[in-house]
Write a protein that binds this ligand. Structure first.
Ligand code: ATP
Ligand code: MG
Ligand code: FE
Length: 352
């Protein structure tokens, strides 16, 4: 089956066409992503109103390009899928409404996809991965450990109680006057710094649950930085290195607890899967490799372009739901908030 996927929940305007074989294999025919980084850079973060307007301006052209590059006509689509949340509501409305219009005009089934479900199912697009597996999702808006038990069966084992991990990277970058987006900048500076110069806290270390907390660490970096103003370049590198080292240690600890909880409830996971922009961080990738090895499982990381927000993951999640007959009606609502645990294997707007 061929599915068009549309993603507009944050600052990526994206559309893609994905093919799913009867054997469950996936193939990306096109995957067009416009990152609105330039539109938001001078504000140091995503401005929801600007993002929504940019989605309106860009989406039609990006859908057309995705269809053209795939060499597919609307009449050939088995479904059109859109991320119906969670996310910035203005953008979600733009993407979902566009998908509904295409579905109506071409008499094609609509699939309203949970953006987090799409991140969770992406490794099945790139690898022949069976359920159940353990997902570590760390992005600008989310930090979660999730048991992926089946399509529509997600159990959240841990989450951040305050800031998301990518958000913490971005805020640390901002307080050190590094350019936006901050994650990659902090990683670059950390490479030239001494991780031991500052003794930053390791939040939640040793706790029996698998939750994260990052705001205390962020505040510790802020306090240290303001104490030393003005900062020399080496100070910035050392602060980044100290912050990243604390994140790594906390991540390894929280994930090992998460994997233990997974094991108790679902048996051994088929893999540990990492997704979200933070998974692009090389030091974090190395730490995850260790965590997986210690837990006796393998680490799977979709290529970076599929870890960050994109249309192919929405199209693929749409195809996985479509294969189970899970289509939605034109009433499917856009949602600013939508817990992954509440994404039952039933059409949006009915089961939860
Ligand atoms: P959502 O949370 O809704 O999935 P998002 O757009 O914030 O959306 P992504 O595009 O997956 O999420 O990831 C962006 C985040 O990842 C940003 O916070 C960014 O700083 C962070 N990030 C990207 N590269 C790195 C890196 N090398 N090291 C640390 N963080 C990084
Ligand atoms: Mg983004
Ligand atoms: Fe995302």
């Amino acid at each position: 089956m061929l599915v068009l996927g549309i993603e507009t929940t944050c600052d990526e305007t994206a559309a893609a066409v994905v093919a799913r074989g009867n054997d469950g294999s996936g193939r990306i025919l096109s995957n067009i992503v416009h990152s609105q980084t330039a539109e938001h850079a001078r504000f140091g973060g995503v401005v929801p109103e600007i993002a929504a307007r940019a989605h309106v301006d860009l989406l039609d052209g990006i859908v057309a390009r995705a269809m053209q590059e795939a060499g597919v006509g609307f009449a050939q689509l088995s479904a059109v899928a859109a991320a119906a949340g969670p996310g910035l509501i203005g953008g979600v409305i733009v993407g979902l409404t566009t998908a509904k219009a295409i579905a109506m005009v071409h008499d094609t089934p609509l699939v309203a996809v949970n953006h987090l479900e799409a991140h969770a199912l992406t490794p099945r697009l790139t690898d022949a991965l069976d359920f159940p597996y353990c997902l570590f999702l760390a992005s600008g808006g989310h930090t979660q450990i999730v048991a992926v038990v089946g399509v529509g069966e997600y159990v959240r084992l841990g989450t951040t109680v305050d800031d998301a991990m990518g958000e913490a990277f971005d805020k640390v970058a901002k307080m050190l006057s590094l350019p936006y987006p901050g994650g990659p900048e902090v990683e670059r500076s950390a490479a030239g710094g001494d991780p031991k110069r500052f003794a930053f806290p390791r939040p939640m270390l040793g706790r029996p649950d698998a939750n994260f907390s990052l705001s205390g660490l962020k505040t510790a970096v802020r306090n240290e930085a303001s104490r030393m103003m003005p900062l020399e370049p080496q100070d910035i590198c050392d602060l980044c290195a100290g912050f990243q080292a604390a994140v790594l240690e906390a991540t390894a600890d929280r994930l090992s607890v998460g994997l233990r909880l997974f094991h108790e409830r679902f048996g051994p996971p088929r893999a540990l899967v990492a997704a979200g922009g933070v998974a692009a961080n090389h030091a974090i990738r190395d730490a995850l490799q260790d965590v997986a090895a210690k837990a006796g499982t393998t680490l799977i990381m979709p290529p970076p372009a599929l870890c960050t927000d994109n249309g192919a993951m929405i199209a693929w999640a749409g195809a996985e739901r479509m294969a189970l007959g899970l289509i939605d009606t034109m009433d499917a609502p856009p949602r600013a908030r939508w817990l992954l645990d509440a994404t039952a294997a039933a059409p949006a707007g009915f089961a939860n």
